[in-house]
Design a binder for this molecule. Structure first.
Ligand SMILES: Cc1cc2nc3c(=O)[nH]c(=O)nc-3n(C[C@H](O)[C@H](O)[C@H](O)COP(=O)(O)OP(=O)(O)OC[C@H]3O[C@@H](n4cnc5c(N)ncnc54)[C@H](O)[C@@H]3O)c2cc1C
Length: 400
């Protein structure tokens, strides 16, 4: 067994891994090295209640947990290099560099938000939502503002639109695809999600891109679209996804995954990277599945499950049973949930649609691949056992 665990990153993956290790009575030193000044906190509220209800209690654990559990938290400290031969990481804290040795290293560095790539990206009033500080900056900027433009209708863009609408702003969402969430859920379900937003009064502009952000006195005032439209914008939220910033791994020899599979740190199905004693979990990790296919997944539950698996690997315990992938998103008063791992081009079978709430199955080659629902929590969760086995879609449709 290893003599020490160093975790790079201070988010969900890092916190859960440390917690799992200590929960299993792992006694060796554990150090979490985080670039952020805050102890590990939860990100899902940042686009929801942190904006709408000023919910600031987002810590994953009370601060005394780390002291009581003997977990060293090094905050405001960025890992800038990894030496897998010498087994140490180089840490930069307040301009000073030091080396921290490791027995086992776990990389849990999450994502950096993509910034708007064109003119106007640096104007004030242009926001992203990845960190607690981002969310607070956005919330504070809403005061006295009337119009907002959200660029991108992925999950975070959709949630930001719902939250800003709830705060009384007039919101326009601009999305180059034909529907919101088309890349994740496909156009049929994307159309249902579009319905939620237009009903709530959001001006949804799909099939069109943003050319530039225009400013007045250094602050954003308008957004120009590629069809020539100019939208008033007192505030802009850029929700165009994130990328794993892995510059700290340059020269480490740790293998990265091909971009076509989502990029990130290449891992086997148990989280081992190409370097001995080095694991990766969470949004930055690209694990192989049981069939050897690679996926980089940006879901809360996925990170939690990877932390359980890697803790078991480090401690040489039996592995937990496989579970069903799960994701949720809160938009307006509805919980949108996804079980399984459907592809956006899978066949969609809508089994319940009251004009707002809905439930639909996805299938491929006649087998159930996923279930998506909005406001149908109980019904959706009941389908979970069917995703643990190979279930013919006809069986489920016949039972309707
Ligand atoms: C606004 C928002 C809303 C979300 N809502 C949902 C939701 O509703 N449902 C859902 O399933 N998922 C949601 N997610 C996704 C979920 O939060 C992530 O999947 C999860 O946080 C991933 O955990 P992680 O540990 O991989 O990364 P993170 O939680 O991002 O933590 C990574 C940490 O590593 C630090 N770091 C990076 N590089 C270095 C370095 N070189 N040295 C030291 N530290 C470093 C970062 O500063 C950060 O603190 C949301 C995410 C966001 C941003």
């Amino acid at each position: 067994m290893t003599d020490s665990v160093v975790i790079v990153g201070g988010g969900l993956g890092a916190s859960r891994l440390a917690e799992n290790l200590r929960g299993n009575e792992f006694a060796a030193p554990i150090t979490i090295i985080s670039a952020e000044a805050h102890p590990p906190y939860d990100r899902p509220p940042l686009s929801k209640s942190t904006l709408t209800d000023a919910a600031d209690r987002v810590d994953l654990k009370p601060s005394e947990f780390y002291t009581d559990a003997g977990i060293e938290l090094r905050l405001s400290s960025r890992v800038v290099a990894v030496d897998t031969a010498a087994r140490h990481v180089t840490v930069e804290t307040g301009g000073q560099r030091s080396e921290v040795p490791y027995g086992t290293l776990v990389l849990a560095t999450g994502l950096s938000p993509r910034r708007f790539p064109g003119e106007g990206a640096d104007l004030s009033g242009v926001h992203v939502i990845r960190t607690f500080d981002d969310a607070v900056a956005l919330r504070e900027d809403v005061d006295g503002v009337r119009t907002a433009v959200v660029i991108g209708a992925g999950f975070i863009g959709c949630e930001a639109a719902a939250s800003l609408t709830k705060l009384g702003l007039t919101v326009t969402v601009v999305e180059p695809a034909q529907t919101p969430l088309a890349g994740a859920l496909g156009p049929v379900i994307g159309g249902f999600v579009a319905r939620l937003h237009t009903e709530a009064g959001v001006n949804l502009r799909t099939g069109v891109g943003v050319t530039r952000l225009c400013g007045t006195d250094g602050r954003v005032s308008a957004v120009e679209l590629d069809d020539g439209t100019v939208l008033d914008a007192d505030l802009v939220v850029v929700g165009i996804g994130g990328y794993p910033d892995l510059t700290y791994l340059e020269g480490s020899g740790i293998e990265l995954a091909d971009r076509s599979t989502g990029g990130g740190i290449a891992c086997d199905h148990l989280g081992h990277t190409s370097a001995p004693g080095v694991f990766a979990i969470g949004d930055a990790a690209n694990w192989a599945d049981a069939h050897g296919r690679r996926h980089r997944v940006e879901h809360w539950n996925h990170t939690v499950e990877q932390a359980v698996t890697v803790a078991a690997e480090i401690e040489e315990h039996a592995l937990p049973a496989p579970t069903v992938p799960y994701f949720w998103s809160d938009q307006y008063d509805l919980k949108v949930q996804l079980l399984g791992a459907p592809r956006p081009d899978d066949q969609v079978h809508v089994v319940d649609d009251d004009g707002r709430k809905f439930l639909a199955y996805y299938s491929r080659d006649g087998l159930l691949t996923g279930v998506v629902g909005a406001g149908r929590v109980g019904k959706l969760m009941k389908t979970r056992p069917h995703l643990l086995t190979e279930t013919p879609i006809a069986e489920l449709l016949d039972a309707q």
